[in-house]
Design a protein around this ligand. Structure first.
Ligand SMILES: [Fe+2]
Ligand SMILES: [Fe+2]
Length: 182
């Protein structure tokens, strides 16, 4: 793997790993504030970030030893409204800066498999951003968010609200690959 793409993949693994951890803690805080649907959303999206991190990790299976990851981390947790703001900031960074740039570099370097891993995350984070925005609006109005079943594709992490589709729109995995959070 070319060096720039490889470092970007290491960074992306770091970013997804930290997002997974933050969201699991944010879910606990949301439970405490009696926002069960927001907690469910955090847990579902944490699972998607776990899938992304795993996909990136497998792209790096040729490496051995320790490497520095340079990743965006959102610090300063607070109540659920603030945590949703941090989550929105993180997803927004991934959608508007990080993944589009990493995809450009991977494309330029002819790294097709790496490109696919970045693209799967990119398409998913857009959904995460929209779901978190909806949740923040509800919480800022003093209510839990109204939320149907959240489905997470266990192959690419793609996340959607409602019924699982016959095939994942991002990776084409079959319906039974979706994990439901209800
Ligand atoms: Fe995400
Ligand atoms: Fe998928």
């Amino acid at each position: 793997m070319k060096q720039m793409t490889e470092q970007n993949m290491i960074n992306a693994f770091g970013g997804e790993s930290m997002a997974n951890m933050r969201y699991r803690h944010f879910a606990i805080q949301a439970e405490k504030e009696n926002f069960p649907n927001v907690a469910r959303l955090f847990n579902a999206i944490a699972h998607a970030e776990f899938i992304h991190a795993g996909d990136h990790y497998r792209e790096l299976k040729h490496l051995e030893g320790g490497f520095l990851a340079n990743s965006m981390g959102a610090f300063g947790p607070g109540d659920t409204s603030k945590n949703l703001g941090l989550a929105i900031d993180g997803e927004n960074f991934e959608v508007t800066e990080m993944y589009p740039t990493y995809m450009e570099v991977a494309d330029f370097q002819g790294e097709k498999s790496a490109y696919r891993s970045f693209d799967w995350s990119y398409k998913t984070e857009k959904q995460h951003l929209a779901l978190y925005q909806k949740a923040k609006e509800a919480v800022d109005g003093g209510k839990d968010v109204e939320l149907d079943t959240i489905q997470v594709c266990s192959v690419c992490g793609y996340t959607l609200e409602g019924e699982a589709p016959d095939n994942c729109p991002v990776c084409q995995a079959k319906k039974d690959k979706f994990v439901a959070y209800e």
